[in-house]
Design a protein around this ligand. Structure first.
Ligand code: ATP
Length: 293
């Protein structure tokens, strides 16, 4: 075997709370993550030379050593003393810099893919420990599913997820949001509307998506929506079109809405497409990285 193809899935947040900040600058969080069926395809090919080559259909991501995929390859090459060359093609479908962990999930897919290709036999937990060196969301992206993430996002407790029959409408406005700036704009001593994660987990367990939707909260939304009025505008459009609830994912600017009727989600998608180009209707997924074929 000298090539492998994987699905690298995006996530949305059903909640985000920020509890504090570590001395090294990382924020302590308590958030619910949900993988969705929107994915990049990662094609990994062994090379005869020892080069690392990254290609993509997207012009929005770096193709040099700034790409997190490059860092994932180098991490494994150094750790296991491997000098084989690798080419990775990233077929980008997940909006970039959107609050959907696109980069982290690409890194997760490369760790899983190279583990197989190079027969490293690492367990999921070992891959997650390595992934944490690349980014706080990488361990979660390896496993996917629905999880309460604590610590800096790496302490994962798996919980019941969104039912498959709930349509998730995703809208990524065409604006740039820096995750670093959003966290810096958060006043840790003055946080309003913290999510009640215990209640949200109970709602998921009971399948009470109506209550879940009404109680979703992301403390970063206040910061991002003050700068970009589009966040609240998209939420209003979703709510006016029968969404059960609507919220910003991650540090934004992606906004999602939960719908119990797919026809309402599709109708709202058409309305949003009049103003925004990156609009998708998806469902939840129980897988993070998945090997194709
Ligand atoms: P998170 O939710 O983990 O904060 P995000 O969805 O906000 O992630 P990404 O799509 O991961 O953001 O992109 C963040 C930055 O990382 C972008 O500015 C992009 O240029 C850079 N980047 C590096 N490698 C990748 C990659 N493979 N895919 C996407 N972005 C990448």
């Amino acid at each position: 075997m000298n090539s492998i193809e994987l699905k690298s899935r995006a996530k949305i947040n059903l909640s985000i709370d920020v509890l504090g900040k570590r001395d090294d600058g990382y924020h302590l969080v308590e958030m619910i993550m949900q993988t969705i069926d929107l994915y990049d395809v990662i094609k990994i090919k062994q090379l005869d030379t020892n080069d690392v080559v990254i290609k993509s259909n997207s012009s929005h991501i770096p193709l040099d050593n700034d790409n997190i995929v490059y860092k994932a390859i180098e991490l494994l090459r150094q750790r296991f003393n491997i000098n084989k060359g690798i080419e990775v093609f990233i077929e980008k479908n997940i909006p970039v810099a959107a609050g959907m962990a696109g980069g982290s999930s690409n890194a997760a897919a490369v760790l899983v893919g190279l583990n197989k290709l190079w027969k490293l036999n690492l367990t999921e937990q070992e891959l997650q420990e390595l992934g944490l060196k690349l980014g706080a969301d990488v361990p979660y992206c390896i496993s996917g599913k629905t999880a309460l993430a604590e610590g800096i996002g790496e302490k994962l407790s798996y919980i019941k997820g969104l039912p498959k029959n709930i349509s998730i409408l995703i809208c990524k406005p065409n604006l740039f949001v820096s995750t670093k700036d959003v966290y810096q704009g958060l006043d840790l001593n003055n946080i309003e509307n913290r999510p009640n994660n215990k209640l949200l987990i109970e709602c998921l367990e009971k399948g009470d998506i109506d209550s879940l939707s009404k109680n979703m909260s992301n403390v970063l939304e206040n910061v991002t929506s003050k700068i970009h009025k589009e966040i609240n505008e998209i939420e209003e459009i979703m709510m006016a079109n029968s969404a059960l609830g609507s919220m910003m994912s991650g540090s934004g600017p992606t906004v999602f809405g939960l719908f119990d009727k797919s026809e309402n989600a599709l109708k709202c998608k058409d309305i949003l497409l009049q103003q925004y180009s990156q609009v998708y209707v998806v469902s939840s997924s129980e897988k993070g990285v998945e090997i194709c074929g």
